[in-house]
Design a protein around this ligand. Structure first.
Ligand SMILES: Nc1ncnc2c1ncn2[C@@H]1O[C@H](COP(=O)(O)OP(=O)(O)OP(=O)(O)O)[C@@H](O)[C@H]1O
Ligand SMILES: [Mg+2]
Length: 452
């Protein structure tokens, strides 16, 4: 028997109980109703319904007392609390104790209608969902990169090779795609992982302070230099120094950085001792440095210095195959941080996530999941909650981030198809409905190469 539309109504006011019962039956629900708490608990154990409508003031037990007894045993049951108490405390308390929704008397029909519809929809969504988060998932190591697509495997290989040397690395990729995370994993995989990881945000470096910031200064070197200060390079020791958003570095500062990179030597301002840095240099940018070099806004020699090894991080929309695993990883973290307990994802929700272009990449995904997990109020991540979270995220983004040219879309579609077919040209061409020579031409046009 399909239990999805079964409702237990616990309300002592006879007239109200009858009219609610009629209303719910007209909606097509199968209603069992009782007038006291004890009877309510007995029936609840007997029929274990998906939805309960519970009055707070009952003749024998308070609804607020019953609530935790019910939700502790069956965390998935949706309890809609109704009461004439309008105060903030009761509302907060009811929600804290696990109520799904809270309606005030006199009951407004459309409010009740909506609450019941939502609660029943969740029962259906639970049936049409897939479990993603197990309870026995091990605690995550601090910096973990999720991704099982060929492009990500290529990155893991590069990180592995980098673990044997101190070569400079340039990490390129759109905002939020994991550049800093990768930089930290490179650091954590190196023999000098116990040494510091020091970040220099190039967007905030001011011209006249760059040297003192990077190289440090001696006391009295300039007005305001009251104390001797260690520069970032010195702080990094044999560890890693991470130049974030290096594309934002103004040209004069690029020259200074280049000079340092060439000799790895620096002199604190006001000092005459020459220091030698042994730190690894990692730089990251979400700008197209090659194009900036063409436009003469980035020094070519500096780019070459930085990209002894380069890593291109694919945008999320190019590796949608990784989406389920990322969702699982983030939901596990979100549950722990926010005390939510989302362990399943409605199929329709996963479709929504797949269809979104993700201009903010993995960071945007994490934000959307956080909002949607809170909004879903239960074990299932609902498509509706994902929609609401995506709308909020979309509104926060500048419109040009969401607009892409047809060429860009074609390029991305081809790239992700290639990824999905593990770069099998015949399979990709078939799936794209192109001939193999056409596909090869497009790949050449867009510079798409199999990751090594
Ligand atoms: N592959 C991944 N697996 C797990 N978490 C990821 C992955 N990629 C990114 N993240 C997470 O997404 C968030 C954004 O990543 P990160 O800060 O590294 O991006 P970024 O490329 O440096 O962005 P920006 O260009 O805006 O500085 C972080 O919380 C990071 O841990
Ligand atoms: Mg970053």
């Amino acid at each position: 028997m399909d239990k999805l539309n079964e409702i237990l109504l616990i309300e002592d006011d006879h007239a109200l109980r009858e009219s609610l019962e009629m209303f719910l039956q007209e909606k097509g629900c199968r209603v069992k109703s009782v007038g006291s708490g004890e009877e309510g608990l007995r029936l609840w154990r007997e029929i274990s319904p998906q939805v309960i409508i519970l009055d707070v003031r009952l003749p024998d037990i308070s609804g607020l007392e019953m609530l935790p007894r019910i939700t502790r045993q069956d965390p998935e049951v949706k309890v809609i609390v109704i009461t004439a108490f309008h105060d903030m405390e009761t509302t907060i308390e009811a929600m804290r104790l696990g109520a799904y929704d809270y309606l005030r008397k006199p009951i407004k029909v459309d409010e009740l209608d909506r609450a019941v519809d939502k609660a029943m929809h969740i029962a259906v969504a639970t049936r049409d969902s897939r479990p993603v988060v197990g309870h026995d998932q091990p605690p995550d190591p601090r910096n973990r990169i999720i991704g099982d697509t060929p492009a990500m495997h290529a990155i893991y290989k590069t990180i592995g090779l980098l673990s044997r040397n101190q070569a400079s690395v340039l990490i390129m990729g759109e905002t939020g795609c994991g550049k800093e995370l990768i930089a930290r994993v490179i650091h954590d995989s190196s023999p000098n992982r116990e040494e510091p990881f020091v970040t220099v945000d190039c967007t905030t470096l001011l011209d006249n302070l760059l040297e003192s910031e990077l190289f440090g200064h001696e006391r009295g070197a300039f007005t305001g230099a009251v104390e001797t200060k260690l520069g970032r390079l010195e702080l990094a020791g044999k560890g890693t120094i991470f130049f974030d958003e290096v594309g934002d570095l103004p040209l004069p500062l690029q020259a200074k950085l280049l000079r340092f990179l060439e000799y790895r030597e620096f002199t604190p301002v006001g000092s005459n001792r020459v220091h030698r840095s042994q730190a690894r240099i990692i730089a990251a940018t979400n700008q197209d440095l090659e194009a900036m070099v063409q436009a003469k806004s980035f020094r070519q020699d500096l780019m070459f210095r930085l990209k002894v090894v380069s890593i291109k991080v694919p945008p999320l929309r190019r590796r949608l195959a990784d989406l389920p695993e990322l969702v699982q990883f983030f939901l596990f973290q979100i549950n722990r941080e926010l005390n939510t307990r989302v362990s399943r994802v409605e199929e329709a929700a996963l479709e929504r996530l797949r269809a979104h272009p993700w201009p903010g990449n993995v960071r945007e995904l994490r934000n959307v999941l956080t909002k949607a997990a809170l909004e879903s109020r239960g074990a299932v991540l609902l498509a509706e909650a994902v929609d609401a979270a995506l709308d909020a995220a979309g509104a926060a983004l500048p419109p040009e981030a969401a607009l892409r040219s047809l060429d860009e879309m074609e390029q991305e579609h081809i790239a992700s198809t290639l990824d999905q077919t593990e770069w099998n040209i015949s399979a990709a061409a078939r799936s794209l409905g192109m001939s193999r020579p056409t596909l090869r031409k497009r790949m050449a046009r867009y510079g798409l190469k199999r990751p090594v």
